[in-house]
Design a binder for this molecule. Structure first.
Ligand SMILES: *Cc1c(COP(=O)(O)O)cnc(C)c1O
Length: 495
């Protein structure tokens, strides 16, 4: 096992195994603990018959344990993370400081509205800001992530068609380059998926779209730029075709960081969209959370927004939650959504300002193109034209040396670089999807190109060595199938 990570070894003990009876981090003086009887407080059935097996460890051991564990992970804070589609950009520490303010942390969603006016104001103003950048007419902050936003949006589309007594629309069109959550969310709302192929140049195939559109189509789900990092030039025509056929147009906002401040989904003709604020607006995410996926809608869908909608009284300026909306799809999330993520989003938007957001998009696009041009010299880039915030390279030709994209990805780990997204989008077989984001320096980008080139050379010269990678990480190559099929997620105390 590697010893590089400052003292932590993988065979180090679990915190449960470090437990020693009587060790504590902090003692409350006995005289400060009031007398109490559990039996007086709870019904017998809910009282434990024996103590929970919690580890007994000193404070310094707890701190070291978790600090060392945290070093086993790669994160934006310790290295470059060009994970296409997922947008792992630097998260300003200012956002953290703002989110930690006592006034935000010490409140509860069940408090009376009059006592949480500041929190409601923040959410109301965030809704307004998201309306401005997206060109939508109304926004809900409730959904917990992008996929949850898609589900919420599709539920509203469903409610819209039902409300119009248009019951025949049972299908949703999704291009073959779409993120898997798109068809999954539509299917969760009861829709059948119609997949349309992309054109040679990686965009929506208008002829195929025309064929698929009809009185049975409820919506088209698109992202623009699409998952190849290419802008759909015909978007206005696509929107017109959709609307003429009675369908609505859904915008997957995961790639919004390529266009903010430049063009708006609302102006392109989209009726509903989600924001992945944890991607676009720099809130930390990964490993499944925490995220937030606000949804913006045009006026036609406004009646169906989930409750509560945060409103501001036009006369006295008081903020309040409107839960009495007869056509609402109901609640999609407890309380107000992931409020702590929303604070970070607002901090980012306010600290950047309109011009700053626009510049972030411009820098993201510039950085992606800077990498694309250099990487195309030694790795195929199937759609090698000016891209938006990301682009997709293809490692198929390395198969000649027995090397797959996966091997290149593993090789990057040995250089302290998180691999790009691989094998997505599905339409590029050995896909390497690279998104540098706007927050990286030219030096970092140059080093990435140098390392990637070195690995491609290694693939050709000594493929066996590359197949060994990674060699410097706490674990080498894992049995991912077993990890998925037989995960060990529960601690059993050894006898
Ligand atoms: C990340 C992503 C999603 C899903 O968003 P989550 O916030 O991860 O649920 C959907 N579409 C695309 C293109 C994405 O990159």
């Amino acid at each position: 096992m590697s010893e590089r990570l400052s003292g932590y070894r993988l065979d180090d003990k679990l915190i449960f195994e470090k437990s020693e009876t009587g060790h504590t981090g902090y003692d409350i003086p006995a005289e400060e603990i009031p007398e109490f009887s559990l039996q007086d407080m709870f019904p017998e059935a809910y009282i434990r018959s024996r103590d929970a097996e919690l580890p007994e460890v000193s404070e310094v051991d707890v701190v070291r344990h978790y600090t060392n564990l945290s070093k086993l992970n790669h994160s934006v804070d310790n290295g470059f993370y060009p994970l296409g589609s997922c947008t792992m950009k630097y998260n300003p520490k200012l956002n953290e400081a703002v989110a930690a303010l006592e006034g935000f942390q010490q409140i509860h969603p069940y408090q009376p509205e009059s006592s949480i006016q500041g929190a409601l104001a923040l959410m109301y103003e965030l809704q307004e800001a998201l309306k401005i950048v997206s060109g939508m007419d109304a926004v809900t902050l409730q959904p917990a992530a992008g996929a949850h936003g898609e589900y919420t949006g599709m539920r509203m589309i469903y409610a819209y068609h039902q409300d119009r007594r248009d019951f025949e629309r049972k299908k949703v069109i999704v291009p073959d380059s779409a993120h898997g959550t798109n068809p999954a969310s539509a299917a969760m709302c009861g829709y059948e998926i119609v997949e349309i192929p992309s054109t040679e140049d990686g965009r929506v195939n208008i002829a195929e779209l025309k064929k698929a559109l009809g009185p049975d189509i409820a919506a088209i789900m698109l992202t623009n730029p699409n998952t190849l990092g290419l802008f759909e030039n015909e978007i206005c025509e696509i929107a017109q075709m959709a609307h003429e056929a009675g369908a609505l147009l859904y915008y997957d906002g995961a790639n919004f960081n390529a266009i903010m401040g430049k063009v708006r989904p609302g102006d392109m003709g989209f009726d509903v969209m989600h924001f992945n604020v944890h991607k676009t607006f720099s809130t930390p995410h990964g490993m499944g959370g925490p995220g937030s996926g606000p949804v913006g809608v045009k006026a036609v869908l406004q009646p169906y927004l989930p409750v509560p909608v945060i409103e501001k009284h036009p006369e006295n300026g008081v903020y309040w939650c409107n839960a009495k909306r007869p056509k609402s799809i109901g609640k999609v999330r407890a309380y107000f959504g992931n409020f702590n993520v929303l604070i970070r989003t607002m901090a980012y938007i306010l600290s950047m300002g309109g011009e700053g957001l626009k510049m972030a998009s411009e820098m993201a696009v510039l950085n992606a193109n800077y990498l694309r041009v250099q990487i195309a010299e030694f790795l195929d880039v199937p759609h090698n034209e000016i891209c938006m915030h990301e682009f997709v390279a293809d490692g198929t030709r390395l198969k000649e040396w027995g090397i797959k994209t996966l091997d290149i990805a593993k090789g990057l780990l040995d250089y302290g670089i998180h691999p790009p997204t691989i094998y997505f989008p599905l339409i590029v077989h050995e896909a390497v999807m690279i998104e540098p984001t706007e927050t990286e320096t030219k030096d970092t980008l140059d080093r990435f190109v140098t390392v990637l080139k070195k690995l491609v050379d290694m693939a050709k010269r000594s493929p066996e060595r590359l197949k060994e990678a990674p060699t410097t990480t706490p674990v080498r190559r894992l049995d991912e199938t077993s990890a998925t099929k037989n995960p060990v997620v529960r601690y059993h105390k050894k006898a």
